[in-house]
Structure formats: C-alpha cells, structure tokens
Design a protein around this ligand. Structure first.
Ligand SMILES: Cc1cc2nc3c(=O)[nH]c(=O)nc-3n(C[C@H](O)[C@H](O)[C@H](O)COP(=O)(O)OP(=O)(O)OC[C@H]3O[C@@H](n4cnc5c(N)ncnc54)[C@H](O)[C@@H]3O)c2cc1C
Length: 280
C-alpha cells in the first residue's frame, strides 16, 4: 500500500478542483484494502472521481481506481455467463471487455465516466436504466472483512447498502451471450444519445425530484449558465456542474446553496445533491 501525504486531488477528480487535497492511500492488493478497513474507522472511497466535489480533507481517502485485478467469466446457462469484474476497472474498460467478448447487459453505461465500483455504489446510469438486472452479487470489504451482498437498487442508490464506509471490491455481472457486432452497435446507440460536455464536470449536481426534472427547475429559476467565480452550471444543461478554470471547493458550495435557495423560492421544492460533497 502506498501513502501520499497531502496529495492534490485535482487530477483525480473530473471537475478538476484546484484546492482539493488529502492523505491518499493506494492499495496494491485486496489484502491492503482489507487491512485499511480494519485500521481506519472513517474514510472516503475514491473511484474515477467523476461524481465528487472535495475540499481539503481530514479523513483518509482510499483510491480504488489504482487496484485493477482480473476479470473472469464462466457459463451459467446456454445463453448467459457470470463475469467477475473488479470495482476499480473503468466503465470504458468494462465496455471494451463486453464488446470484445460479445457479452451484453452493460451497454447502457456507454459515455458515463468512472469505475464499476463507483457506478454500483450509486446506481449510476442514464434515465430509466438500473444495475438491478445485471449486478448479481457485490463483494464488499468493510471493517476488515469481506462479504457478499445481493444488491437492490433505487434511484441513484443501493437500497440495502451496509453501514458506511464499505468498499465494493468487485461484482459478479450476469451477461447475455451475443455477438461483438450487436454489442458494439448498442454501445454506439447509447453513445449517440449522450450530451457532449467539453468542460471539466462532475455530471448532474442535483437528483431529479419525484415526477420532475432538476434541470427544468433550475432553468426556470434562471440558473442555466449561473456562476460563482469559476464554479458554474452549464449553459447547455442547467443541472450539469462544470469548472470554468480555477473553481475551488467554496465556490462549488456557494453555487449549490444558491441554486437550492432559488429553486426553493420559486417552486417550494428542495433539491438534493447527486454529486457527493466531501469536506471532512
Ligand atoms: C460528464 C459526466 C456525465 C455523467 N453522466 C451520468 C449519467 O448519465 N448518469 C449517472 O448516474 N451519473 C452520471 N455521471 C456521474 C458519474 O459518472 C457516476 O456517478 C459514476 O458512476 C461515478 O463513478 P466513479 O468511479 O467516478 O465514482 P466516484 O466519483 O469516485 O465516487 C462516487 C461515489 O461512489 C463511492 N465509490 C466509488 N468507488 C467505490 C467503491 N469501489 N466502493 C464503494 N463506494 C465507491 C464514492 O465514495 C462516492 O461516494 C456523470 C459524470 C460526468 C462527469
């Protein structure tokens, strides 16, 4: 296990926050991960950093993208396989794997950044998709022990999550046998539906309230393109948080608080953040 004291996080967060820093633990093996969870009661888990806004952190951070491990696939029926996928693997690599091996089930993730573990922790997906149908079992590391969990998902959450903090070390995916060409075509289809964001971003700042859309509510409150210094809501989609250059943690907090206040004043709806804010 490597430790980088007071490491800048700017290059590990897709939003590129200038002033974010922490004591960063980089495990080499599953034993490192297990030991870390037995020695530290409270910590953050960093995957691809595509859904996090962080400042200067007191809690240690374990960086799961650095620990890759190997995938393996076994037949479970004539048409389906079970594939073990390490949590630190990027979604892009998962898609490459599924195309190369003609295995279908995760194409809906095309264009979403981050890691398998990060996606499974928060049920990250495009609208109307979920990991329920494809995630068979999660391998969890918590308090120095490894366990298995059959996940149940809700909107942007793991409903039956164990007590925090827990690390998703890997997952058994249930995938359907298909052809490389069919899987590739579906990946291209999902990619073609994505909004292209060219600035550093952490995706949607807020969750959609029930039966409504955060983007629409923000837009109606006049917040499309709204800025606090370099922290901004995109001028293409009001719910996408972007960094115009040197946005720092406090700027993003003020952006969040102002947006919540303005939407509440207009609609009497309190928006909840989808992006995780880390300040301790
Ligand atoms: C341009 C852009 C587009 C996006 N589009 C979408 C979209 O369409 N739909 C959507 O849902 N999201 C979207 N996102 C948000 C983000 O990509 C997803 O939430 C992604 O799955 C997060 O994965 P990550 O590895 O980057 O997690 P991180 O950002 O590193 O972490 C996110 C959360 O997951 C936890 N976590 C990370 N890894 C693990 C692990 N191994 N075990 C346990 N917990 C872990 C972290 O502690 C944190 O709480 C988008 C983001 C961007 C920048």
């Amino acid at each position: 296990m490597k430790l980088k004291k007071n490491a800048p996080l700017e290059n590990l967060l897709t939003l590129k926050i200038k002033d974010s820093a922490c004591d960063l633990y980089i495990p080499d093996t599953i034993d490192d991960v297990v030991r870390f969870t037995s020695e530290n009661e409270s910590f953050h888990i960093l995957g691809g950093g595509s859904n996090i806004i962080a400042g200067k952190l007191k809690k240690p951070v374990i960086y799961m993208s650095g620990i890759i491990g190997t995938s393996n696939t076994e037949d479970i029926s004539e048409n389906a396989v079970k594939t073990f996928m390490p949590g630190g693997i990027s979604i892009n690599r998962l898609l490459d794997y599924s195309i190369k091996n003609g295995l279908s089930g995760v194409e809906f993730m095309a264009g979403i950044p981050g890691t398998v573990g990060g996606a499974l922790a928060g049920n990250a997906a495009p609208a109307e998709h979920t990991w329920d149908d494809v995630a068979g079992a999660l391998y969890i590391v918590s308090k120095g022990a490894v366990s298995m969990l059959i996940p149940k998902y809700g909107y942007r959450k793991l409903i039956n999550a164990p007590e925090d903090p827990f690390i998703i070390y890997g997952v058994d995916l249930i995938l359907i046998k298909d052809t490389t060409e069919n899987v590739r075509q579906r990946v291209m289809y999902y990619l073609s539906k994505r909004l292209r964001i060219t600035e550093p971003s952490a995706g949607s700042l807020f969750k959609n309230p029930e039966n409504d859309f955060a983007g629409k509510l923000l837009d109606e409150a006049g917040l499309k393109g709204f800025r606090v210094n370099d922290a901004a809501l995109s001028s293409d989609h009001a719910n996408i948080v972007v960094n115009k250059g040197s946005g720092c943690y406090e700027d993003f907090c003020e952006l969040r608080d102002t947006a919540i206040k303005k939407v509440y004043e207009l609609h009497k709806i309190k928006l909840e953040t989808e992006v995780k804010f880390w300040d301790e």
